[in-house]
Design a protein around this ligand. Structure first.
Ligand SMILES: Cc1ncc(COP(=O)(O)O)c(C=O)c1O
Length: 384
């Protein structure tokens, strides 16, 4: 009876990142630089708050939008750090990871035939949801523009069907981010247009060169901000995301969220409250460690003669494959087979990622050093 499965679902593919990770998992002596999750433990005080919630039997449903105290802390977080004001009672929703926030946002604003503008290469979590909504992803090639969308690049792609522009910065897979001026220019271009912006800011606390800037500061009335604790507080498994938007949007998103998950886990919410009250700066020591690793990896990649944009956020490098005759999947596979080091083929990040690979540096310096030594040996052998 498989023919009865929804056609749009049948056409979806498992994410290329997971596919590759699963393929190499279990191979002995493999150095995997594939996964995009912090290698630090969740801060101790946050874990304690989670344990205490269990012991206190804090195990029931919460308000659909999340505990009010947590929404207040989440609103404070955006006000203090990024100068954007949200009303915790009506403009903040606590979600099951940023992933659910992306899903419910798209399902609320998209309709059949509408278009979503995305930078390419890009995180593979957007296109499948856009397609499930019967909407169309429209990719803008950012490869010659330091992987960044600009107002000039976006404008020619806007038409009557454009419903949303995704601004995912700091970026997975490229690590680049946008400064205030660049965001301001995009906001000014969109000011008179009836188009939403989905600003995925999940890496906002991992910005190395300057504090993160949110486009919501300039275009609050059209922006849906996605954030969460997965990356800032090393909490990927707790599944806490945050969604911020004006009330005329959140009041509709909340219905989709309610029928989808009712509310985020009460225990995780109690932990998240500790993270956003006593642990607002928990990410600082982790960020400093990522910065060291970034500098080390960048130096090594340049010494190998590889081409890459120096990332200013997140924990990834997007590197050009030197031998233009291999596609990214073949390259990554051969790297696994010959050098026992795994990276993610660029094609996992849309066809515009072809010809590149993504290297995650959410790994210890020792692991990175060994992985890069292996990559260097491989390149020396294969460049002839
Ligand atoms: C850009 C981006 N957005 C969203 C997510 C999903 O985050 P979460 O684990 O909180 O669902 C990820 C995870 O890697 C990501 O890289």
């Amino acid at each position: 009876m498989e023919h009865l499965i929804n056609n749009r679902v049948k056409q979806l593919e498992i994410s290329g990142i997971r596919k590759f990770f699963n393929m190499v998992a279990g191979t002995e002596d493999m150095i995997s630089l594939t996964i995009g999750q912090p290698d630090f433990p969740t801060p101790a005080h946050v874990k304690e708050a989670g344990k205490k919630a269990i012991d206190d039997n804090f195990t029931s449903y919460t308000h659909n939008a999340g505990l009010l105290e947590l929404r207040e802390a989440a609103a404070d977080f955006y006000k203090k750090k990024y100068s954007v004001d949200y009303n915790p009672s009506s403009e903040v929703i606590v979600t099951t990871g940023a992933s659910e926030a992306i899903d419910i946002a798209f399902r609320t604003i998209l309709e059949e035939g509408t278009e979503v503008i995305l930078p390419g290469p890009v995180y593979p979590g957007y296109e499948p949801i856009v397609r499930l909504c019967d909407a169309k992803p429209v990719y803008i090639d950012t490869r010659e523009h330091q992987f960044k969308l600009t107002a000039e690049l976006i404008e020619p792609y806007i038409n009557d069907k454009t419903r949303c522009i995704v601004l995912p910065y700091p970026s997975n897979p490229t690590g680049v981010s946008m400064n205030e001026q660049e965001l301001y220019d995009i906001a000014a271009m969109l000011e008179k247009k009836e188009i939403f912006v989905l600003a995925d800011e999940i890496y906002s606390e991992l910005a190395f060169e300057r504090p993160h800037a949110s486009i919501a500061k300039f275009l609050r009335d059209k922006t849906i901000v996605i954030n969460g604790l997965s990356k800032s507080h090393a909490m990927t498994g707790w599944r806490i995301g945050l969604l911020y938007a004006p009330e005329y949007i959140t009041k509709h998103i909340l219905k989709v969220h309610q029928y989808n998950v009712t509310c985020a886990s009460s225990i995780s919410q109690a932990a998240a409250l500790a993270a956003l009250t006593n642990g607002l700066d928990d990410s600082v020591p982790m960020r400093e460690e990522y910065r060291k690793r970034r500098d080390y990896v960048y130096k090594r990649l340049l010494e190998m003669g590889l081409e890459t944009v120096k990332p200013d956020g997140a924990f990834y490098f997007f590197v050009k494959i030197p031998n233009v005759n291999t596609n990214s999947f073949e390259f990554a596979l051969s790297l696994v087979e010959e050098a026992k080091v795994a990276v993610v083929p660029g094609s996992a990040f849309s066809s515009l990622g072809e010809g590149y690979f993504r290297l995650s540096y959410a790994y210890s310096l020792e692991t990175l050093e060994e992985g890069l030594n292996r990559l260097q040996d491989y390149l020396t052998k294969n460049r002839g």
